[in-house]
Write a protein that binds this ligand. Structure first.
Ligand SMILES: [Zn+2]
Length: 245
């Protein structure tokens, strides 16, 4: 059985960067699976001489995609267990119920892990796209407009609101692109494209450090391939260059 072991939120891998296998689940392990139904174990670890820690994000470059996705789910389950131990309604200690739910024995409330959905949007204007550098980015790269979905709004309304707040621009032709789990922690990224419609670019100063329209043939440093931002950018470049052939 594959063991997704963590120490200080870092994933432990073997010397040849594989997920360690053990015949039986280790003590305290949470058993989980993805949609393929293969059972894996997640646990916090004290570490061992045979294993070395890597950042979960960096494991994307080292592991097969399925193992990276499993590592993300394992990290989320452990995070959820550590951060949701008591009932938010009555304060009693929660008990595990299923693989993905807990139960309050006092007020009989069932709780499931909560995700924070966030939109991310590539705004295009002919062969240029809008790239921005968030003040929260760790590194000197440019990404896309993004933000958390608020109560009472649809994903499309969130796309329009975030674009308006961060850039003062109006868009149309909003199209769904894809989604991905974003376990850093408890995230779900939902990607869109949108066409520039009107407005003068004016960046929201407290969120964005820089930004502008970039020709797809002359790009600044962009996010790493694991991110939805990069998938959106790569896909747009591919579409534009194949259209022109
Ligand atoms: Zn309760």
């Amino acid at each position: 059985m594959q063991h997704y072991l963590f120490i200080d939120r870092q994933l432990l891998l073997t010397a040849d960067n594989k997920v360690p296998e053990m015949a039986q689940p280790c003590d305290g392990a949470v058993i989980f699976s993805l949609d393929d139904g293969i059972r894996c174990a997640a646990a916090n670890s004290q570490g061992s001489k045979e294993l070395h820690p890597v950042e979960l994000r960096a494991s994307y470059d080292l592991l097969p995609l399925t193992d990276y996705l499993r590592a993300g789910k394992a990290a989320e389950l452990l995070y959820w267990n550590a951060h949701h131990r008591y009932c938010g309604r009555c304060g009693a200690e929660l008990e595990p119920r299923t693989e993905i739910s807990k139960w309050c024995p006092q007020c009989e409330t069932e709780l499931w892990p909560q995700l924070s959905p966030a939109i991310i949007v590539l705004i295009h204007r002919d062969d240029k796209i809008l790239l921005v550098r968030s003040r929260t980015f760790r590194g000197n790269y440019y990404g896309l407009v993004a933000g958390f979905v608020e109560f009472g709004e649809s994903l499309e309304e969130c796309v329009r609101r975030e674009i308006k707040e961060e850039t003062q621009l109006e868009v149309d032709n909003i199209r769904y692109f894809g989604s991905q789990p974003w376990p850093y922690p408890q995230g779900l990224m939902i990607g869109f494209t949108a066409r520039y419609k009107s407005g003068q670019l004016r960046l929201q100063d407290d969120e964005l450090a820089a930004g502008g329209w970039f020709n797809i043939h002359n790009m600044p440093l962009i996010p790493k391939p694991l991110s939805m931002a990069r998938k959106l950018i790569d896909n747009y470049i591919k579409e534009m260059t194949s259209d022109n052939q």
